[in-house]
Design a binder for this molecule. Structure first.
Ligand SMILES: Nc1ncnc2c1ncn2[C@@H]1O[C@H](COP(=O)(O)OP(=O)(O)O)[C@@H](O)[C@H]1O
Ligand SMILES: [Mg+2]
Length: 309
């Protein structure tokens, strides 16, 4: 449904986006993950046909975003970075305007508007002008206009930016539901839990380039904490000192605020059974113990740090 083929965008000598290629199928949620200035928004603008690429091309449902803009745009719902415009319109006027632009018939307009107003909980602000809305509401109005015509493709630039934790949760549930209805979705985020919660695949982007293309699980496996054992114990300090003697342990870290010890194994080693046997043998008292899946923030830092020039 979405294809980027060697997309590049140059601003003077800066390659904001550099030879980016990927595909997204129906039912997939692709996450763009990257530090500020990585080129996420620029890539999304080119996908949606709002920015002409310096090189390469983008296709939506097989239609070129620049050469066939009417056909490609009709398939896409787009939430741009920041808040959408027309500050003097009320939420209801704005959604009615978008519905008309999207070519929905009168009875469809009423139905679709009622549906997004409910999905994004906009009842309370329906007759308020956009410029008077809080950042969270403005973001939700932006999402409402993106999904209004029930598009097959959604391009959402930081959809949960500026929302409080409850609103973030609601919007994530909504995106999960949209993905289940067989849409192809791209979201950008710098929030790692969001990738774990939402995405079937993640592209890590740094300085305009794709530096990793993997599932969230695949990325976690690259972490040095993949299969590490973390335990909490009143004796955490003594345990941390003594457990270094165990085979296949390469490092032991302490997090004093949580009375936590993390035991990092050799790459590929599974040490939970050995650690538990060792703890029993030495009769340490343990509050909790678990095997880590891996830490995305650690992988993210490791991958993006190597790219800096
Ligand atoms: N219109 C523009 N003119 C010049 N530089 C730009 C323009 N738009 C974006 N950039 C630069 O391109 C890079 C990528 O920006 P952007 O795509 O907004 O990153 P992200 O969304 O990942 O934070 C940044 O260095 C930014 O300053
Ligand atoms: Mg951005």
């Amino acid at each position: 449904m979405i294809e980027a083929d060697c997309l590049s965008k140059h601003y003077g000598r800066l390659a904001a986006v550099d030879q980016v290629s990927f595909k997204v199928a129906k039912g997939e949620v692709l996450g763009f993950l990257g530090p500020n200035g990585a080129g996420k928004s620029t890539t999304m603008r080119m996908l949606t046909g709002f920015l002409v690429p310096s090189q390469g091309s983008a296709r939506i449902g097989g239609y070129d975003s620049i050469k066939q803009p009417m056909k490609s745009k009709a398939l896409v719902g787009y939430l741009p970075e920041g808040a959408p415009g027309y500050g003097e319109m009320t939420v209801h006027e704005f959604l009615s305007f978008i519905a008309a632009v999207r070519g929905l018939k009168r009875n469809e307009r009423i139905k679709h508007i009622a549906q997004v107003v409910e999905q994004l909980q906009l009842e309370a602000v329906l007759y308020q002008t956009l410029e008077t809305l809080s950042k969270g509401f403005r973001r939700r109005v932006g999402l409402a206009q993106a999904i209004l015509h029930d598009p097959q493709v959604l391009i959402l630039d930081e959809p949960t930016d500026g929302l409080d934790p409850n609103q973030k949760h609601e919007v994530r549930l909504l995106i999960q539901k949209l993905a289940q209805s067989n849409k192809a979705i791209v979201i950008s985020t710098h929030i790692l839990e969001e990738v774990e919660a939402l995405c079937s695949r993640a592209l890590i982007i740094a300085q305009g380039r794709i530096v990793a293309d993997d599932t969230p699980q695949g990325l976690q496996q690259r972490s040095r904490y993949h299969n590490a054992i973390s335990l909490i114990s009143p004796d955490y300090h003594a345990i941390a000192e003594a457990i270094r003697e165990l085979p296949k342990v390469v490092d032991v870290e302490i997090l004093a605020q949580k009375s936590q010890v993390t035991i990092v194994p050799e790459k590929g080693a599974l040490i939970l059974d050995d650690v538990e046997a060792w703890l029993r043998e030495h009769a340490w008292s343990i509050t909790s113990i678990y095997r880590e899946t891996g830490r995305l923030d650690d992988v993210f830092r490791q991958i993006t740090a190597g790219v800096r020039t």
